[in-house]
Design a protein around this ligand. Structure first.
Ligand SMILES: [Zn+2]
Length: 87
């Protein structure tokens, strides 16, 4: 089957909307804990963590993973107030 020019254009634009997502799920998984920490502590995001954020936007599966991690981290914080006393 041959693609029309229109179809090719559509396909290309689909590819282009995802091409700024430079991470795959494995790469995201490796950094997602660091990303969650940065979000919780309000640290500025470095380039690698921005890539994680982009991937989370594009990947519902990793976004779920991230939400679960965030919830766990917040629970951890509430459970141990002494642990958060460092300056
Ligand atoms: Zn993913």
């Amino acid at each position: 089957m041959a693609l029309t020019n229109e179809q090719i254009k559509t396909l290309l634009s689909l590819v282009c909307t995802t091409c700024d997502d430079s991470l795959d799920c494995d790469g995201c998984y490796e950094r997602v804990a660091e990303f969650a920490e940065a979000e919780l502590t309000g640290r500025p995001l470095c380039e690698a963590l921005c890539a994680v954020r982009t991937h989370l936007k594009n990947c519902p599966c990793c976004a779920d993973e991230y939400r679960a991690l965030l919830a766990a981290l917040e629970e951890l914080k509430q459970a141990g107030p002494e642990a958060s006393q460092e300056c």
